[in-house]
Design a protein around this ligand. Structure first.
Ligand SMILES: [Fe+2]
Length: 214
């Protein structure tokens, strides 16, 4: 969420030992993580449905367990917000209103194009999760513990994606940072048309106010 949308609603009550003002900060932070994880779960399903090509079944079936796991993370974060005395916002409208990244924009495309894009998406989610981990270290270690566990799973899923794109020498697919065009180029699988479509369509991992910061 951008600073302009920041609304620290101090809860009437929170967990014992935590100040309501501190709880408000943690709730705000968790709402942002809730939005990112909800967005990620939907995006993974979207790719599950739209991926095509010779390696279709491998990628198609790899993604469903990730969706299931991320949905559990969504529930855990939302219920942590509630436990802290907040009100988790889980509607599509709230998600779109609060997020400051653009929608994932690739439709039907080959496996490597989607994997290159997901590599950047996961990288952004994990980066923001780590920032939240550092931010909650003193404020609320219980929330931090939840986020640390989730980051471990997210980093494993990120590896699953990245492993499809790495070279034998272990060269990371995202060595050029968050440049989506480079990612699409790397993911090109002999389908120049798909890459061109990806380049012409705005996407969350393609600039915007919070590139690389879901
Ligand atoms: Fe399915």
């Amino acid at each position: 969420m951008s600073p302009s949308t920041y609304q620290p609603n101090v809860p009437a009550y929170t967990v014992p030992g935590l100040k309501p003002d501190t709880a408000a900060e943690v709730i705000f932070l968790l709402q942002d993580r809730l939005n990112a994880l909800n967005d990620l779960a939907l995006t993974l399903k979207h790719v599950h449905w739209n991926v095509v090509g010779p390696h279709f079944i491998a990628v198609h079936t790899m993604l469903d367990p990730q969706v299931d796991s991320v949905r559990v993370m969504v529930d855990d974060v939302a219920e942590r917000i509630a436990a802290l005395g907040g009100s988790p916002l889980g509607t599509p409208g709230a998600l779109v209103r609060q997020r400051d990244w653009d929608d994932y924009a690739i439709g039907r495309a080959d496996t490597h194009t989607h994997l290159a894009a997901l590599n950047v998406v996961y990288g952004a989610v994990i980066e923001a999760h780590r920032a939240a981990i550092y931010a909650t270290e003193k404020a609320d270690p219980v929330t931090q513990d939840l986020l640390i566990t989730q980051a471990g799973h997210l980093e494993q899923f990120h590896w699953f994606i990245r492993a499809h794109l790495e070279t034998e020498a272990g060269t990371p697919a995202n060595q050029e940072g968050h440049d989506e065009k480079a990612a699409a180029e790397r993911g090109r699988n002999g389908s120049a048309t798909r890459v061109q479509e990806a380049r012409q369509t705005p996407a969350p991992w393609r600039g915007g106010p919070r590139a690389g910061g879901r």
